[in-house]
Design a protein around this ligand. Sequence first.
Ligand code: S3P
Length: 742
Amino acid sequence: MKKQNDNALASSVLVIGLGLIGSSFALALKRASADRLIIGYDRQRATMKEAKALGVVDYCQPSLPEAVAQADVIFLSVPMLGMEPVFEQLAQCDLSGKVITDAGSCKGALVSAARSVFGEVPDNLVPGHPIAGSEQSGVKAGRADLFFAHHVILTPLRQTNPQAVTLVQQLWESCGAHVNFMGVDHHDQVLALTSHLPHFIAFSLMDSLVGDKESHDVFRYAAGGFRDFTRIAGSNPVMWHDVAISNKAAVLTSLDMFSAGLAELRSAIENSNSQTLLETFERARKGREHFASLLTRKHAMAGKKDELAVLVTRPGGVLAGEVRVPGDKSISHRAVMLGALAQGTTVVDGFLEGEDALATLAAFKALGVDIQGPEQGRVTIKGVGMRGLKKPEGSLYLGNAGTAMRLMAGLMAPQAFDVTLTGDESLSNRPMGRVTQPLADMGAMIATEDKGTPPLRITGGQSLKGIHYNLPMASAQVQSCLLLAGMYARGQTSVTTPGIVRDHTQRMLRGFGYQVDVDGQVVSLHGGGTLKATAIDVPADVSSAAFFMVAASIAEGSDITLTHVGINPTRAGVVDILRLMGADITLSDERLVGGEPVADIRVKSAPLKGIDIPHELVPVAIDEFPALLVAAACAEGKTVLTGAKELRVKESDRIQAMADGLRILGVDAEPLPDGMIVNGGNPIGGGTVDSFGDHRIAMAFAVAGLRATGGVRILDAENIGTSFPGFVALAAQVGMRIAEEG
Ligand code: S3P
């Protein structure tokens, strides 16, 4: 299936029903692409007039058939029981080549309505449901940011046209929403519990109190709890009437479940059953605390999203100057881990003050390690020795940091205490079976979610034994995890990797005086050793420098020097690949700093050509492909990347994320299961792309902006701070035309 440029496909969108959701969708789409025509239709003429006056739509068309004829995409945002009558009107129109989607809360009823009108659910109908709203209603309540950072659930059927699904997905993503997919029934069951039930309880409670003769006093003395609990009883009655009828079966099941719980509570109160009461309240309180912590995190992120989420670039820009990018992420994580377990005080300079490395630092503080800093890149760690860590108070939250979680799994598994490792939404979806399975072979006890994803619940007190493990994928994180666990295991632990992976763990272990043997692709050590504190100088991160290497290569007239960059041969594949493409890169002052090779890198712009990327360079440039694919888009001819399946399980699915974004910018990019084909050299257009919260995708598209003919807006870019704090300022300083939106 070829994904289309959404601007080209959906040049006109008809919004039927101009209430809160319809008007918010119209405003959000307009903000994403000012060229797109938004046509409005509503049963109420006054609403259409108001929508036009408020600038929610470009114009309203009082004749539905005419409105349909003028639209590429038809969006239904009417109450559930209004869907079928709209379908009846649509059935009279020529719908060929058009995509229909909706925002109804009940997908089963929507599908039944379509079936009863059209005979079969049309393949161009993509059922959808934005999980966003407010107790306010009407066209005036519309907000362009209503869906930003909210989930939208799409429930396509087997016959639904994949191109239509992709288009609807892209439209929602251009509004800043996260799109998820679910089956129709599953959606209705989940929503009955999480949305419909609380609304009905709030309506019912409010109604009981209104009818109560004491209600005057109730309202006069009502406090915050009452206000919070009943807020959603202010929602639109027609909409909720329709939801009740449309999702009857699932709603009844949820009401029965609630009634049974309430009856139990009633009887516990009647019988003064303190145990049941306390147990019930305690369970509920714990559940609520868990939910609240998720919510707080989401709000903190959302707050940041407002500040930093959207980046905008203007066309043009030339890079010049000499800069040092922040410290290496992989080395910073490892420095904290080994420093914490060493005997004596380790001083780390050049530490990456990015969120990922700071998450590792916070985790070791929570494990009882005295860590000072970072202060201007310096971190001082008072090591506690191999057995000196203490049980943390709660679980260890590692944010977006996959390296922290996988390496710490190896270090936590042999500790005497239980510990739980958690992460953000992206990390919570990343595969952990690759570490928990071999760790289990060593004797560790770690529980994951069903899909092998975090949280990792580690049961302490296990004694580990060394294993010989053949890694199925080229992963330094898994290799490092097992070596770190191996320090605590009986006998020898050895790990064989199917390709070259970054070797910072081996180098640093040796720096801390721990013997590690390397024989080709096999790395081994014996358990029972100790670490001696040392000084660490973290080089600038070659993965961060890569964005400027590509930027300077593609922006004509550029000449930039990146200083003190780590060029460890297991990391510097990006230099080789860019040189194969014709880049003008010179390394100078090559030196060894604390066991790691470092150099200054000068990059001058040069015409690039497409290449077949050699397989052996893939693992040693694995984090640099978002940037390299932008280089490929600017290179004359075809670039073929294969053997890079691992990109699918990084902070985002980087193959899909890059292909989607490049296509939105008009680049001919074809995703493959394990890579991509890019036919480069044609002009790149402007547009809005989603970084899916992945720092490297966001920075790659910032670089693409240098060669785009229009502005590029990059959504969900707040995670850049995980690896490259200060990216926007530094990029602007060297000549890129980039800013945070607003
Ligand atoms: C890392 C290893 C790589 C890399 C990641 C950092 C490390 O991951 O992509 O950014 O520090 O060990 P894999 O081991 O999953 O390839």
